[in-house]
Design a binder for this molecule. Sequence first.
Ligand code: ADP
Ligand code: MG
Length: 232
Amino acid sequence: MGIKQEIIKKAREEGRTILTEIEAKQMFSEAGITCTDTRLAATKDEAVSLSEEMGYPVVLKISSVDITHKSDAGGVKVNLNDKAEVEKAFDDIMTSCKAGYPDANIEGIAVQPMAKAGTEIIMGMIQDSQFGPVLMFGLGGVLVEILKDVAFRVVPLQERDAKEMIEEIKGYKLLEGYRGSEPVDISFLEQTIMKLSEFVDSTPEIAELDMNPVFAYSNGAMVVDARIVLAV
Ligand code: ADP
Ligand code: MG
């Protein structure tokens, strides 16, 4: 059994449809999509030793299927540079998440390397009642929230679809490099969309997913947050 089927089986046995960020990234990584290495620390000491293994700076995030918007809950601390900062972040995250979500089942804290800044992209999948799975691509951050600058294509995509959906968004100029900003690796994004299409096409158990944000670089791209919801 592959990692994907093992994760789905475990979630089903536990009676949950929401996968953790760690599980979602494991599934995407197995599908060939580049994600930050993300591992679970059950204790503060484990968080420190994982951070030292990965190398500073690191990011700590709450790991709980009951907390969807991690930063709103005070559950994300970025750019931690040493042991003391990791220890403090661990305590601060726990305190604020337990206060905001007293009933949440918290499995621990996810540790991951701090990714270098890039152009924020969002990719996702929703199930359409008529068309089945549909992929979404857009610019992340305020652009997706305010302008809803996103493009959709029905799965499975052809390579041409991946190229077109990137070119179709209003913010395409930003990706091409605007006023001195470096162009991003558009062909890498196209390949990522194709891998996501294949993954979705071969995983009918998934009801919806998103990668928000993906950092796009002049060379490659990195998924820094991931969410997958299984169908009931
Ligand atoms: P949520 O969407 O649940 O609030 P995220 O995991 O998206 O939480 O984290 C919030 C923000 O923190 C992201 O939008 C991103 O800007 C930043 N971030 C998260 N993980 C990393 C990382 N590994 N490297 C750099 N920045 C990160
Ligand atoms: Mg996010």
